[in-house]
Ligand binder design. Structure first.
Ligand code: 2IP
Ligand code: CA
Length: 379
């Protein structure tokens, strides 16, 4: 498992590099943001390039992890499919080839012959990132790679990534939107139980290099299995959680009824809004909010698996909101925690893997209990 953690940290850093390159290199950036007008307008192509950045990152992670851990290869899933249609309606399967040149040639077919863009992208895919240390000798966890599966979200909060607003992060404050909400998420779960046991998060746009070298990222990781708990983030300090009013982060599109119920519990000044499902869970991990409540089934296994593992590593978790509201013992039941191994019945496409009942991400169990009790009468 220590080897796997090291590999995931490296491959997530490479993914973050690809995400940064797509914004920093002019030929790629133009594809990402260009809005052609009149006869030149080809919305589909612009749309497709956004997806291509995601597909390329996902395939690169799948390729690198599958090469080192062949037992996991067939159990690496993500948000995107690698079947891709270019602006000319041709279908291409995006894969990472054995050489940079081959990958560039393949990408050029998806990019309608744009060799410059294809070469820049291929270079980032084949570049070795600086070695990243987890800061421990590596947790020893009694699990074999053949027991594990992986969920990848190549870029969470894609809309913030495309829009690209540069906000300056204030220490100890969450920011509602901007580039820093975009995250690379890689989560590992146990195939037989669906329990999330390892998570790596890379925030490609964490801060600007003061020497003018562009954006720098930050990574976070956690491992949790049985009594083994390791996390890059220490549980937040501050006044005892029970002694102060709860703070909750929500999606800006959350239902009015939920906002009102939570206002009565927390007070209006303790409700916050932020973009990105992964970023909101990261805010809970960092103590910028006590909980993230989502009443809709609008997140997916790839959004929650990685940050869920980090939360568990610091003593928290992520429960299914709808199940918790219906259960007689509230959230107390371990079965309320989200799992990652079984598709939803009677669903197709992405909905197979939706967190259908909504969710609550929390650090402190008694706070989760108060939230569920408050929402129980209202939803
Ligand atoms: C999205 C993204 C959105 C989030 C949505 C996720 O993933 O994180 O920001 O909505 O739930 O599925 P919101 O910001 O309202 O919470 P992606 O960007 O990968 O599609
Ligand atoms: Ca996502």
């Amino acid at each position: 498992m220590a080897d796997l953690l090291g590999l995931l940290l490296r491959v997530a850093e490479k993914a973050a590099n690809v995400a940064r390159v797509c914004r920093q290199e002019a030929p790629l950036f133009q594809l990402l943001v260009q809005e052609k007008t009149g006869e030149e307008k080809n919305k589909k192509f612009v749309q497709d390039f956004k997806t291509l950045a995601d597909v390329v990152i996902q395939e690169m992670i799948r390729h690198d992890v599958g090469a080192q851990f062949p037992e996991i290869a067939a159990f690496i899933k993500g948000e995107e499919s690698n079947k891709f249609e270019n602006g000319l309606g041709e279908s291409v399967t995006v894969t990472v080839c054995s050489t940079e040149e081959e990958t560039a040639t393949l990408l050029a077919t998806v990019l309608d012959g744009d060799d410059t863009a294809a070469s820049l992208l291929a270079k980032a895919i084949h570049q070795d990132p600086d070695t990243i240390e987890s800061g421990t000798d590596g947790p020893t966890v009694p699990l074999n790679p053949s027991e594990l599966g992986i969920w990848i979200d190549p870029i969470d909060a894609t809309s913030q990534y495309i829009e690209g607003r540069e906000e300056v992060l204030e220490e100890n404050h969450l920011s509602p939107s901007g580039l820093h909400c975009a995250l690379v998420l890689i989560g590992v779960y146990v195939r037989s139980t669906g329990e999330p046991v390892m998570g790596v998060i890379n925030q490609p746009f964490h801060h600007k290099d003061p020497a003018g070298g562009g954006w720098r990222g930050k990574h976070y990781w956690g491992v949790c299995f049985g009594n083994i708990h390791f996390c890059s983030e220490a549980p937040p300090k501050g006044s005892p959680e029970a002694e102060r009013r709860l703070s909750v982060v929500l999606s800006s599109s959350e239902k009015q009824m939920v906002k009102e119920a939570l206002t009565s519990l927390c007070g209006p000044d303790r409700l916050m809004y932020a973009s990105g499902a992964g970023y909101k869970i990261l805010c809970v991990i960092q103590g910028l909010a006590d909980a993230y409540v989502l009443s809709e089934g609008s997140t997916f296994k790839w959004d929650s698996c990685a940050p869920h593992a980090l939360l568990r590593a610091i003593g928290g978790g992520v429960v299914d909101l709808s199940l918790s509201l219906r259960s007689s013992c509230g959230a107390q039941d371990q079965k309320m925690e989200l799992t990652y191994h079984q598709p939803n019945a009677d669903c197709t496409g992405a909905d197979l893997w939706a967190n259908r009942g909504g969710l609550v991400a929390y650090r402190d169990f008694s706070q989760l209990h108060s939230l569920i009790q408050t929402l129980k009468d209202k939803l």
